[in-house]
Design a protein. Sequence first.
Length: 327
Amino acid sequence: MAIQKIFSVLFLQLVFAFLLVELTNAGGLQLGFYQRTCPDAELIVHQALYRYISRDRTLAASLLRMHFHDCFIRGCDASVLISSAGKNQTEKDAIPNKTLRGFNVIDAVKSALEKKCPGVVSCADVLALVARDSVLMVGGPHWDVPTGRRDGRVSIANEALFNLPPPFANITVLKQQFAGVGLSVKDLAVLSGGHTIGIGHCTTISDRLYNFTGKGDTDPALDPRYAAQLKKKCKPGNSNTVAEMDPGSFKSFDEDYYTVVAKRRGLFHSDAALLDDAETRDYVKLQSRTQGSTFAQDFAESMVKMGNIGVLTGKQGEIRKRCAFVN
């Protein structure tokens, strides 16, 4: 009897644990969320996206950045895609998002999905899948993207203006902002590695080059020889020219970013700031020394974690018909 009682208790505990897991999954994201409602969803995303990336590899960095900017404001709810209307200025028109590009790509991917599975796949999931596939198409890692996000209905420009990590941020600010959305110091070091692809506008580094402390000086954290090269490209007041974040391989996703930062050649002050903290500095040195031995796996894990920030699921939010407008 005693043995039967023990087995009965264990069985009930297992049943309870199973139900708890099921309830948790029901309210969150899951792999293969569209398996029944739109089984070809990820294939449709991949094929529609490839038509753009195959013609312009620089779009990969832009689309990765768009997902990052979305998740840091109100969570990964596609609020960055909503267009302003009347007096309502949305995230899309906030100063940090003025240089975002690729909205037409998202619209094209969403349109392809709507033709096959109308009203099923959210714009928030489109952003997450497009970010993953963009990285993959330029040589980066693959990761499984849990889906089931719903789209938000609110987008406020000032929230993006004040809450997105700026390129001029120091390590203290960066750690605080990442912690504020549930990301660790390691996530900060890893996700910064996304700067292995893409460019930066000269206007974002102008002060770093010409007026770092307000006295017409250059940021001492920047390698002097590299600063001289940047000054040849980025003249004072130049608002149109851009500089590569990972010179020589800015169209390929690799570990070179960490070698660049270790040499004090990170383009933004926020890149250089990784050398100002023991944990982030150790990560930079590890990846530069071992040629990114763990970077691909680390990046995949941190991207999944970032993609879980503040998601709307179940009956929350909506599934937008067009990503730029709430239904």
